[in-house]
Design a binder for this molecule. Structure first.
Ligand SMILES: [Zn+2]
Length: 52
């Protein structure tokens, strides 16, 4: 009777590969680092000082 409510208990989130950014923060592969805004060593989110 305990089966009810157990299904998909682990399937809520899409399985992703956790990679560590060059800044040391754990992020997802194929995703921009939320900490420094870089993706694969590239600055993809322009900060105030990234581009004049
Ligand atoms: Zn980063």
């Amino acid at each position: 009777r305990s089966r009810k409510g157990m299904r998909r208990s682990h399937d809520v989130l899409t399985p992703v590969n956790v990679v560590y950014c060059s800044c040391g923060a754990p992020t997802r592969s194929h995703a921009v680092c939320p900490t420094c805004g870089k993706y694969k060593e590239r600055q993809v989110i322009h900060t105030a000082t990234s581009h004049a």
